[in-house]
Design a protein around this ligand. Structure first.
Ligand SMILES: Cc1ncc(COP(=O)(O)O)c(C=O)c1O
Length: 386
């Protein structure tokens, strides 16, 4: 089925048998446990809600369908999803190669939990050049971890080429697909092995649920991660599962509007005298515009840019906006704006942050689905204050 059809129907085919009521929307199954008629016969396979819940299973089928994969798993946050992948694939003294431009919380998890507690080594490389990934692979490297586009610099890496390199070395590739959403990019079709999401962002899309997902097609890897999802326990609640599934139904429509607005804003900012540099893969001036056209079907709604000046100018600009909420997170219907150096990426030491390019003058925008002219008018008046 096409994306928009799966987004609405996958996992929610009405059931007419066995006293079922033919719901067109799977109900929120709040029951924490499930009664059975005999000790070894769980009803419908359900035992206890951490191990399996009908509302979460519906969402997990939908997540798999929209990424073009066989299996989906829903977690209580994007970081819970990432942690469970790490618990499933890493042992003490293993090694990981990761893109050097990553969500700050991912880097914090890698450095302070997997590295400091378990001795896992991380090589952060500029994956815009696949050769950097290749030369960082060691004998004990267990996987390659990528984001594309990245948070916050909106850089890309060639998922197909890096998947080829890593498969030659016999290791899987994991792609955090949060910024693109499965509507604009399907890493598994490009050769990646595992996709992770913060469903908190575009997938839920309404800034009212924190959640995460792991999506994959390999049966063995799925069984391993599913085992640890239950063993470690960071599952998505039935109510949040319902919200995320509801959000997915409009993902195609929302992403088209996010992109249309983001392109208008990126073009406006690129022509503004107080703006130094705009990063949006839909602009022909983005150094990886051609790669974006090749591996994405659209450019999503995230834009970052550098203001002329430094932190003081960035602060004044952000303080004077009225429509854009000054807030962390992204991917909701409402436009959000933030200062990565003091907000989402504050957990990365300043020297590491600046080495990658996250400067004090950098601003990140999650462009919502409001009217583009209203958004541009708000940017215009705030830029006029600096
Ligand atoms: C790209 C990316 N991955 C993962 C996460 C973590 O997700 P969560 O906040 O749902 O734990 C975030 C959060 O901002 C993110 O931006």
């Amino acid at each position: 089925m096409a994306f928009a059809t799966d987004a609405v129907h996958a996992g929610e085919e009405p059931v007419f048998t066995g006293g079922a009521s033919g719901d067109v929307v799977v109900p929120i199954h709040l029951s924490s446990t499930f009664a059975r008629k005999d000790v070894d016969a769980p009803t419908g396979g359900y035992e206890y809600s951490r191990s399996g819940n009908p509302t979460r299973f519906m969402l997990e089928k939908k997540l798999a369908a929209i990424e073009g994969a066989a299996y989906g798993l829903a977690f209580s946050s994007g970081l819970a999803a990432e942690t469970t992948v790490g618990l499933s694939l890493l042992k003490k003294d293993d090694h990981v190669v990761a893109f050097d431009d990553l969500y700050g919380g991912t880097r914090r998890l890698f450095n302070t939990v997997f590295h400091d507690n378990y001795g896992v080594g991380f090589s952060y490389v500029d994956a815009r050049n696949p050769e950097n990934v290749k030369s960082a692979i060691k004998r004990n490297t267990r996987f390659i971890w990528l984001e594309s586009p990245t948070n916050p610099l909106i850089r890309l890496c060639d998922i197909r080429e890096i998947s080829g390199i890593s498969h030659d070395a016999g290791i899987p590739v994991i792609v955090d697909n949060t910024f693109a959403s499965p509507y604009f990019q399907q890493p598994i079709a490009l050769g990646a092995d595992i996709v992770v999401h913060s469903t908190t962002k575009y997938i839920n899309g309404h800034s009212d649920s924190v959640g995460g997902a792991v999506i994959l097609s390999d049966e063995d890897l799925y069984q391993k991660i599913r085992f640890n999802q239950n063993a470690a326990g960071a599952i998505l609640s039935p109510f949040d599962s319902f919200l995320v599934a509801r959000g997915i139904k409009t993902l195609a429509l929302r992403m088209e509007r996010h992109m249309k607005n983001a392109l208008a804003i990126a073009e406006y900012l690129a022509g503004h005298e107080k703006v130094r540099e705009v990063s949006y893969p839909g602009l022909p001036s983005h150094p990886q515009h051609a790669l974006a056209q090749k591996q994405m079907s659209g450019f999503s709604g995230m834009v970052s840019f550098e203001l002329k000046g430094g932190k003081a100018e960035a602060r004044r600009f952000l303080k004077n906006l009225n429509l854009f909420a000054l807030a962390e997170s992204l991917g909701g219907v409402e436009s959000l704006i933030e200062h990565p150096a003091t907000m989402t990426h504050a957990s990365i030491p300043k020297n590491e942050r600046e080495k990658v390019g996250v400067k004090d003058s950098l601003v990140r925008v999650s462009v919502g689905i409001e009217n583009a002219e209203d958004l541009i008018a708000d940017l215009e008046q705030a830029l006029a204050t600096i």
